[in-house]
Write a protein that binds this ligand. Sequence first.
Ligand SMILES: [Zn+2]
Length: 58
Amino acid sequence: MAVQQNKKSASKKRMRRSHHHVAVPSVIYCQCGEPALPHRACAKCGTYKGLEIAPAND
Ligand SMILES: [Zn+2]
C-alpha cells in the first residue's frame, strides 16, 4: 500500500473537502404547477414535455 510521506496540513485537508458538498438538485415547474426534476416525467401528473407517458401518481 502506498503511504504518504508527509502529513497533509489542515489547510490542504479543508481545500480537498471543499468539494465534498451535496449538489442541490435543479428544479423546473411542470405544466400542472408542481416542481419537478428536469429530464424526468412529473411525479404528480406523469407527463413529460406535455405527453402523458407514465401513470399519474395520485
Ligand atoms: Zn405535472
